[in-house]
Structure formats: structure tokens, C-alpha cells
Design a protein around this ligand. Structure first.
Ligand code: BQZ
Length: 695
């Protein structure tokens, strides 16, 4: 009897507590307020993919005079022999300013630093357009911002066409034929298979931007039929989604003739670490398929690139691209990129750090300003991500494991969301109509967003505290900081580290905002701010409790990097990866998110896809897979001397603006050229040689 009484008593006690918690629930979950009105400047001229480019042989080809001089001197094959049978031909009608002229430079400023040239094994080249300009990929998606909705699909690139088998389980892709690396070595399916088998599938290699076998679907295989034909085999029928994954970031093959001899599978005694780091940043003239080749590198100063004489794209007049002979990447900071673009000492910036907006707008408002600034839609967004792994990803110690267990408790995550004043967070970055409250999940204003499916836990300290009490956190030692329950992490103070990218003031400001908003709750959050490369590595290794991160394209475009919408594979999500035993200890809502994303990938039915994304949004925001912070528009800053900048080009949508504006067909009219070339009349040298070569 006694036992029962206790049980009854216990139950009524619990009922009391839960009633208390319920009574304390002063602000129920709701839907987010509509973002303040902010009209993006400039709208794209929507066209079909075939209006932008096609593949065909032309009757004649041309090249810059200084390149022709190399041919005449017998130092280079004639241009027609340097081009593929059917080059990629950009259509004049889609060029805002028509066919261009050769000459001049685009001067980028970037905040990253080159680690080396082995992109396939995870080395960063410093971001900011270096990898986008050197690594061409099977398909292309950056320019999709100007493609009509009814024609939206990945654009051909190194793969110039493809067709599905009857049953939809096989996809045959035809590679561009006769294209060459920048050192003249043929590009073939050997490059594709080396990237796939020995970099993506090889578990000892982690390509940059995180491609894994599951990026292309569980159990997917790839084989080469001949030099220019590859065949994908998928478990699902017609999983067209995966062709988006074959674009920038996840399927951009490097030169097998350079890297294969260095790979442990082919070089006896070599380690994977040696393979990853073998080609240092100082190694110049690395063969690329991109428009420009690195020919000079001065640490902490600059990377200079010269035009690729074998680039496989032309305009309709047969002029081999790119028009720009040279590209610079000044090695500075991301904030300096904005400053220099506005001042005119740099040529390009993705204005993405809201703290710079007012000054940038003021400077650009002057009619004499050297650069034009154009705001796009609200596609920059930040989220606070708890580490949701409970089975050892990142090898947590006792305290870190205790935090993981809290992170995995929905009431704890809701408490954190209730404690965040998102209005204040946004205004702390920049006043005005820019920032919007962002609960997390898909961005307001994007194709698949549905407000009614978006759950928002608004600012309410009372609710936050009530939920923390419900979770069992109390300040047992009266020092103002809650303690773990006795027996957990020794009942210590609840201390949580938050990882953020120290290269961006915005990332640091938002993380500081989170830290200060946790104090009234009695949760001590400690900053762990690391530079880009270290932060990326720390994030991917799971060695964090919480992280503040700028979101990827999947929460904007959904069809780009779709697999990353949920922990769909053991190494896919940066919030939850497999533990040491290789298993995924997904929480029930996470499993439902994974199933929803996989169902989205497996269907072509537009109505079903819309519904599945409503389900996804509800699962994500109600359960707080990530705790949204703020969302705001980016602005493209481009020096006014450049022509062929597409109207309404967003700084970030399917990809970054370095891809979206199609730099290979950007030009500077002759009368505006400034003579910024540091190595005029030169071409890239032999792979590994010191720099560019003159005649
Ligand atoms: C744009 C981009 C081009 C990476 C990087 C950097 C890395 C991340 C992200 C952005 C920079 C610029 O973003 O901020 O405007 O130029 O390079 O690649 O943040 O640290 O790992 O995902 O793209």
C-alpha cells in the first residue's frame, strides 16, 4: 500500500510540478512575425538553361594577341586544338553587355588562407572564390538564380548531358570530350573515378565541403564506361536531386595525373596525411579546369592567377574565355573585403556582415563611388546548433557528455530558444529593416517556406526558467550558475562552450549575444572562437557543445545540398554524426526529419515536395534541430568598371556570387581597363614550376 501511496503521492507531486511548469508557460509557441519589408534591388531576367549556354563546335576560334604570340612561337598548340570538340558556348543574348574584350583583372580580397591545392582531400584554398574559380564540377548551380522556376534543374558543366534508364536507377552522363587541364593533359573519366573512388568513397579522405558516399544516396555506385561516359546506379528510382550534389562543393574532380601518384593506394608507404598535404600553397601552376591558374603566392599577401590557355569555354564569336587575363586574391580579412570593394582598391565583395551595412551604403550612395552595391533577398542566416550526438562523436569528456544529454532534451532546447531575444540580437548587428527574427529551418521568403509550419518559441525568460527547472537544473551551490544534477558531471556548474568563426565579426557578435542572453538563466556559456580552417575542422570533428554558424544553401534553395537538411548519413550533418561505433543515435524527431528528406529526394511530384517540406519545417522548428537566431539580406558590391554582371545576382542562393555572376564571361571595356595586371603577357608555367612564363 505504502508503495502505491508514494507512487500516487509522487504522481501528484509530478502533476504539481508539471502544472507549475504549465502555469508558468506564459508565452506558448507561435509562428514567427513577418520579416520587416525589405525589397531586394534588381530582379533577374529569368531565362531557360539553354538560353545561357550550349555545347557546340564553331567555325573559328580566337584568343588574346599575347596568347597567339605563344602559338606563333611554337610554345602552345593552336587555339582550336586547345579546345574540346564542342566547347561550352555562352550565348550573347544572355550576356547583359554582350561579347566582351580581353584584358584587365578582377581584384578579390579574402579572409581565408590557402592550406594547399588538394581540395579533394579537404584542403581549403582560402575561400572567397579561389576554389570556385579553379575547381570546375560535373554540374553547375550558381547561375540558377536566373533560371525560370519551371525549368529549374542542375546546369550541365563538365558533364554536358545525361539520361536516365527506363527504370530510373541508372544515370548515364556524357563528359565534355577533348577538354584539357590547364597543362594540356586531357580531362577524362579517370579524373572522375579517382575523385569518386579514392577521395569520396575512401573513408580515410574527407573532401573539402564534405562530400561523402551518402551525399549521392545510400548505396550509390559510379563506374566509367569509357573516357567520356560515366554511369551512376542509385537505389531509388529517378533521384534527380543528387544531380544538384554534383555541382560546386561536392563533385569537383582534381587532376588525377598530379594527385593519384601521391595517394597511399598508389604510392607505397605514403600516409593519408602526406597525401592531403603534399601539394603546398607554394606549389604554383597546379593544373585546373577553371578559368585561372595560380601562378604567384605570397603568404599573407596575395595569390595571383593567370588565364588558363586550355579553358574549354568560348563566346558565340569563338573568343576563348575568360575575358579577364588575371585574378588577384588579396589575403586580408573578410571585413577588409567590404572596405576595399567600397573604396575601389578591391573589386568584389559579398556584403554579408551586417555590421558593415550602414557604412557601405553611405559610401556607395555617392555617385562618384567606384563600386555599385545591390541588395538581394534575405539569404544570410545564423543558427545556434546544439551538438545532438549522444554516442561519442567528437569523443566528449564527462562534462561535454552531460551537455550532449541536455542538448538532446527538447525542453532544454526550448528553454534556450525562449531565452533568446532575437529582435535584440538582430538590432545589435545593424539597425534598420535588414534583420528578421529567424526561428530556424527554412528561410522566410524562399520557395518551400511555409509560415504556418514554422514553430517559434518567442522571448520569454519565465518560460525558459520554468523549462530548465523541469529539466532538473538547479543552482545547488548558490553561485548564480545552475548545476548539473548530482551524479552528473559531479553536480558541477552548467558550463557550455560555443564554437564560432573568428574570421567574422558577425559570427563573434552573435555568439557573444547568445552568451550574454544565457546569463540570466544561470547557464555559463564560454566562447570558443577559432579561425575559419580550425573552426571548420573542429565543427566537422564534433568537438563542440554548441556552435553558432552561418547556414548553407540547403535552407534557402532546399534542392541544393538537400541531404544536409538532416543527418541523412553518418558523416553528413555538422550537428550529428555517427559515434565511434559508426552508428547514428538519432532522436525520434531527427529520424522523422531524415525520412522526410529522403522522401523529398525520392519524389518528383511538386505538390508532394511542397508538403514534405512543410512536414520538415514543423519537425525542425518544433523540435529545434537548430535554434535560429537572425536572417538578413546580403549585398553584392562590384566595381563599376566591370560589364556582364547579371541583374539581381544574389550573393548566396544555390552558391556564392563568385559562381553566380559567371566570372569567366565578365569583362572590362577597353576604355575602362586600368592596367592592374601584375604579370602581363604571361601564361601559366609547367605544374610545380615557379610562376608564370613570358615568351
Ligand atoms: C564567399 C565564400 C566563397 C565556407 C566561406 C567561409 C568558410 C566556410 C564559406 C563568402 C567565404 C565568404 O565563405 O564569407 O562570402 O565569398 O567564401 O567560397 O566562411 O569558412 O567554411 O563554407 O563558403
Amino acid at each position: 500500500m505504502r508503495k502505491h501511496l508514494f507512487a500516487l503521492g509522487g504522481a501528484s507531486l509530478l502533476l504539481g510540478v508539471s502544472l507549475l511548469a504549465a502555469q508558468a508557460q506564459t508565452v506558448p509557441p507561435t509562428t514567427p512575425p513577418d520579416p520587416p519589408k525589405f525589397d531586394a534591388q534588381g530582379t533577374p531576367n529569368f531565362v531557360g538553361i539553354s538560353d545561357v549556354y550550349e555545347y557546340k563546335a564553331l567555325s573559328e576560334y580566337h584568343e588574346p594577341d599575347f596568347v597567339k604570340a605563344f602559338v606563333d612561337a611554337g610554345k602552345l598548340p593552336p587555339v582550336a586544338e586547345r579546345l574540346p570538340k564542342e566547347p561550352l558556348v555562352f550565348k550573347t543574348a544572355n550576356m547583359p553587355d554582350g561579347n566582351g574584350v580581353y584584358g584587365d583583372v578582377m581584384r578579390h580580397v579574402i579572409g581565408g588562407r590557402p592550406e594547399g591545392w588538394n581540395y579533394m582531400a579537404g584542403q581549403s584554398q582560402g575561400w572567397g572564390g579561389i576554389d570556385i574559380g579553379t575547381m570546375e564540377c560535373l554540374t553547375r548551380t550558381g547561375p540558377l538564380f536566373e533560371i525560370k522556376a519551371e525549368e529549374l534543374a542542375p546546369m550541365p558543366n563538365l558533364a554536358k548531358s545525361w539520361e536516365w534508364s527506363e527504370d530510373g536507377h541508372k544515370l548515364t552522363m556524357h563528359l565534355i570530350e577533348g577538354a584539357k587541364w590547364s597543362d594540356g593533359v586531357p580531362f577524362t573519366s579517370e579524373d572522375i573515378m579517382f575523385y569518386w573512388e579514392d577521395n569520396i568513397v575512401d573513408p580515410n579522405v574527407s573532401p573539402l565541403n564534405g562530400a561523402t558516399p551518402e551525399t549521392f544516396g545510400e548505396g550509390t555506385t559510379l563506374e566509367a564506361i569509357d573516357d567520356y561516359t560515366i554511369v551512376w546506379t542509385f537505389k531509388d528510382a529517378f533521384p534527380k536531386q543528387y544531380i544538384y550534389q554534383m555541382a560546386y562543393g561536392t563533385f569537383c574532380p582534381g587532376p588525377a595525373h598530379i594527385f593519384k601518384p601521391l595517394h597511399p593506394k598508389y604510392k607505397a608507404g605514403a600516409t593519408y596525411d602526406e597525401y592531403k598535404n603534399a601539394i603546398k600553397p607554394e606549389y604554383m601552376n597546379i593544373p585546373v579546369m577553371g578559368a585561372w591558374v595560380p601562378v604567384e603566392y605570397r603568404p599573407d599577401d596575395i595569390v595571383v592567377m593567370r588565364r588558363n590557355p586550355y579553358y574549354w569555354k568560348v563566346d558565340e564569336a569563338g573568343n576563348q574565355l575568360p575575358y579577364l587575363n588575371e585574378v588577384h586574391y588579396r589575403l586580408s580579412t573578410w571585413a577588409d573585403r567590404d572596405v576595399q570593394a567600397v573604396a575601389g582598391t578591391g573589386d568584389f565583395s559579398n556584403l554579408e556582415q551586417a555590421e558593415s551595412y550602414v557604412e557601405a551604403l553611405k559610401r556607395s550612395a555617392d555617385p562618384a563611388a567606384p563600386a555599385r552595391l545591390q541588395f538581394g533577398a534575405r539569404t544570410i542566416g545564423y543558427t545556434l546548433y546544439p551538438n545532438l550526438s549522444g554516442n561519442g562523436w567528437g569523443e566528449p569528456d564527462e562534462r561535454q557528455q552531460a551537455v550532449r544529454e541536455l542538448n538532446r532534451n527538447a525542453d532544454f532546447r526550448k528553454a534556450i530558444s525562449y531565452a533568446l531575444d532575437r529582435q535584440r540580437l538582430g538590432e545589435a548587428l545593424v539597425k534598420g529593416p535588414f534583420t528578421a527574427i529567424y526561428p530556424g529551418g527554412l528561410y522566410a521568403g524562399t520557395t518551400y517556406y511555409d509560415k504556418d509550419s514554422t514553430v517559434y518559441y518567442p522571448y520569454s525568460l519565465d518560460d525558459a526558467k520554468a523549462l530548465l527547472e523541469k529539466v532538473g537544473l538547479k543552482d545547488t551551490d548558490g553561485n548564480g550558475v545552475l548545476n548539473f544534477p548530482a551524479g552528473t558531471a559531479g553536480g558541477a556548474d552548467v558550463e557550455i562552450t560555443v564554437l564560432a568563426n573568428a574570421d567574422y565579426q558577425t559570427d563573434k557578435n552573435l555568439a557573444e549575444g547568445v552568451i550574454s542572453m544565457m546569463e540570466p538563466l544561470g547557464i555559463r556559456v564560454i566562447a570558443n572562437f577559432l579561425t575559419g580552417t580550425q573552426r571548420d575542422a573542429t565543427e566537422q570533428s564534433g568537438k563542440f557543445d554548441w556552435r553558432v554558424a552561418r547556414n548553407g544553401a540547403e535552407l534557402i534553395a532546399v534542392v541544393q545540398n538537400t541531404v544536409a537538411l538532416a543527418p541523412t548519413g553518418p558523416q553528413i550533418s555538422n550537428s550529428h554524426r555517427a559515434g565511434k561505433d559508426g552508428t547514428m543515435d538519432l532522436l525520434p524527431f531527427e529520424q522523422e526529419m531524415v525520412d522526410t528528406v529522403n522522401a523529398f529526394i525520392a519524389t518528383d511530384d511538386a505538390a508532394k515536395r511542397q508538403d514534405l517540406m512543410k512536414t520538415y519545417q514543423k519537425l525542425y522548428t518544433e523540435n529545434l534541430f537548430g535554434i535560429g537566431l537572425t536572417q538578413y539580406p546580403g549585398a553584392l558590391i562590384i566595381n563599376k568598371r566591370f560589364a556582364n554582371i547579371p541583374a539581381g545576382a544574389p550573393i548566396f542562393m544555390f552558391n556564392w556570387a563568385e559562381d553566380n555572376i559567371i566570372r569567366e564571361r565578365v569583362f572590362v571595356p577597353a576604355d575602362k581597363q586600368q592596367g592592374y595586371e601584375l604579370h602581363p603577357d604571361t601564361l601559366p608555367g609547367e605544374p610545380g614550376s615557379a610562376g608564370p612564363v613570358k615568351l
